[in-house]
Design a protein around this ligand. Sequence first.
Ligand SMILES: Cc1cc2nc3c(=O)[nH]c(=O)nc-3n(C[C@H](O)[C@H](O)[C@H](O)COP(=O)(O)OP(=O)(O)OC[C@H]3O[C@@H](n4cnc5c(N)ncnc54)[C@H](O)[C@@H]3O)c2cc1C
Length: 424
Amino acid sequence: MENNLNWAGNYRYGATELLVPETLEQVQEMVARGSRMRVLGTRHSFNGIADSAESLLSLQKLNQVTELDRVNNTVTVEAGIRYGELCSYLHENGYALHNLASLPHITVAGAIATATHGSGDRNGNLATAVHALEIVRADGETAVFSRDQQDGDFDGAVVGLGGLGAVTKITLDVIPAFQMRQHVYENLPLSQLRERAEAIFSSGYSVSLFTDWTSASMNQVWLKQACTETASSADGAAEAGPDFYGAALATAKLHPVPGHAPDNCSEQLGIPGPWYERMPHFRMDFTPSAGEELQSEYFVPRRHAYEALRAIEQLRERIAPLLYISEVRTIAADKLWMSMCYEQDAVAIHFTWKPYWEAVRQLLPAIEEQLAPFQAKPHWAKLFTMEPDRVKSLYAKLPDFKRLLLQCDPNGKFRNAFLDTYVM
Ligand SMILES: Cc1cc2nc3c(=O)[nH]c(=O)nc-3n(C[C@H](O)[C@H](O)[C@H](O)COP(=O)(O)OP(=O)(O)OC[C@H]3O[C@@H](n4cnc5c(N)ncnc54)[C@H](O)[C@@H]3O)c2cc1C
C-alpha cells in the first residue's frame, strides 16, 4: 500500500494491498477471491480496527445516492459516500439527518460500523438512523439486513465493526430539513452539573461541553438549537440570554481549543443556517487531509455524568499537559448490540490529545481506572488500553454478535487482530 497511514498518522496499516472496486460486481468478485480483507473508509479511526492482514477494500468510487424515498422518508446511498456529500444532497431535497459527528469528512459506512455519535439528549448515535444494509458477505453473495425483518439480527449487524462483510448500500431514515443556530458560552462551573446536568444537556438540540481541565469549569458550552426552539431578532440572529448556568455568552466566534483561530469552525453567534452546517463543529469546506492529534473517548451512564467528570478531574494535572481539549456530549440509548449506548442513555467523555502517544498510553490506564466504577466503555474507533476481557464484559449481546459474525463469515475473512482481541 502506497499511503499506509491512518488520518492521524499514528497507525500504520499492515495490509499489503488496497483494492478500489468501481461496481458492486467488482466488490463481490474481489471479496470472493480474497482470503483476508477489511473495508477501509476515510481512515479516521485511531486504532487498528480497519486493518487487515492482507487486503483493504476502498469503496471511495461507490459514493452515489441511489434513492430518495419520499413516502417512507429514507435515503439509500452507496457505502463509500461521506456525510459531507450526502448532507448537501439531502438539504437540497428538503431533508436532514437526525444528527452528525463533529466533522463531516467521514464515510457513512465507517461511522455506523463504530457507533460514531454526535450530541443531544434525545439523539441516538449515527447508526440509529440505519434502516437497512446491503452487505457482500465473505462468499461474495449479497445479504440484506433490514429493520423490517423480524429475525432480530438487524440490531447486531448495524454496528458491525467491519466484521460481517463489505457494506455496499445503506438506507437511512431522514427527517424534514431544518435551520439551526449555535451559541457559545464560556466558563460553566463544573459544580453546575451536580444538580443540573439533565437541564444543561437538554437545553438544545445538541449540546457539547469543552474543557482543558486547567480549572474546575467547562471552558465552553456549544449550544446548537433548531430555529423553532429559539426566538429571533429582526436580523435573524437568535436572542440568547447572557448567562447559561453561570457561563457567559461569547460575543466573538471561538475555537474549542484555547488559542486556536476559529476560521474553520461552524458558524456561531446565533446566525441561522442549514442543519448540516451547524451540527458539526467544523466546516464542510475545511478538509484536513491529516491530523496531528490522538483521540480517546469513554461512555458512562448519563446519570453518573457529574461523578464521572469529578473522577477524571482528580487526574487533571496529568491530563492537561497532554491535552488539546476534552468534549462532553450526550447520546440516547439504542438497541444496537455493539453500540456503546446499548440500552443506556450515555454521556461521552472525549479527549483530543497532543500527538504524544507514549505519554498518553501511560495515562489512559489511570483514566480507565477512575471510570471503572461507572462501567465505562471505550469508543471502538479511538485509543484505549483497557484489557480485552474487560471490554468484552461490557457488552451483554457479545455472544449473539459472535454468532452473527460466524454466520456471515465462518472462516474469518473479515476478522482482524482488533476483532480477534476485543470481540472473539
Ligand atoms: C478528527 C476526527 C473527529 C472525529 N469525531 C468524532 C465524533 O464526533 N464522534 C464520534 O463518535 N467519532 C468521531 N471520530 C471517530 C470516527 O467517527 C470513526 O473513527 C469512524 O469510524 C471513522 O469513519 P471512517 O470512514 O474514517 O472509517 P475507517 O476509520 O476507515 O474505518 C472504521 C471501521 O469501519 C469499517 N468500515 C468502513 N467502511 C466499511 C464498509 N463499507 N463495510 C464494512 N465495514 C466498513 C472499517 O473496516 C473499520 O472497522 C472522529 C475521528 C477524527 C479523526
